[in-house]
Design a protein around this ligand. Sequence first.
Ligand code: ZN
Length: 313
Amino acid sequence: MEITKIVIPTPYDVGDVNAFLVKGDALSIVDAGPKTQEAYEALEYGIKNAGYRFDDIEQVILTHHHPDHAGWVDAFPRAEILGHEYIDHWMKKNEEFLRYREAFYEMYLRKQAVPEENIQEILSIRRNLELYGNTPLTKYIQDGDEVPGHPGLIAYYTPGHAQSHLIFHDQKTKEVIGGDLLLEKIASNPLIEPPVDLSFDRPRSLVQYQASLRFLATLDVAKLYAGHGNEIVDVKGLVKERLQKDAHRTNQVYEILSEPKTVYEVTKALYPAVYESQLGLTLSKTQGYLDVLVKEERVRCEQMGDQEFYSRI
Ligand SMILES: [Zn+2]
């Protein structure tokens, strides 16, 4: 697999995002940056440097639907757009889906006992979808599929950070294009998202994410090309490190539950300095640790009215 990395600026805290030109039987690009002018210029420069133009690209393959990865699907006039089918909801943005998504978040923020004014604030931030692309997928990729145009490149469904998340493993070179499953410098956040079946049953994102990391550690990987930052060689070592850090945080949450608490209360205790400025993110992280504790049968969750309370078993 011939891989060329293109580094693209984003307006997000995470900093730059990577896209990868992959030359096989087809010329593909994996991920496409956020839909900003700066990102377009970086993409254009990177593609030109590799000897191509936008209309030479035959396939845009998406690792997941987040806007720093799925913005410039609109820039490739001749390309097929490939990814997990969940991504299509964000490309199409139809009214019914947007209403469902808002109702989903509203219900969970209430369950977490978030104050009403913060609920409205988080919902209004989530309504902003302008850095997403608008081109619907032309082909869906499922777990275990071989990627069209790239013999031996196998897609694996790895949910947790995103409900649409795929990684791509080259069986011959043992290289992986890993999206945001594993990043060198930062822990990837298991965000609360609506489930793939668009029900109101919340995915346990951190539980899913840890299972995806353990799966990655079972693959034979020579090098992982990450969605942000540098390539990773010691995948198994870094997976172990991430899981250990999660276990430590999970035990801290257990300690905080000396009496029954809501997710909002645990979030305040766990992230006293940043919970106000980064409420959506810190709620997602806390919810994740609580989900792990429930799965491990160390903690139970009981609903009272429209709020949920967590307590030690
Ligand atoms: Zn990302």
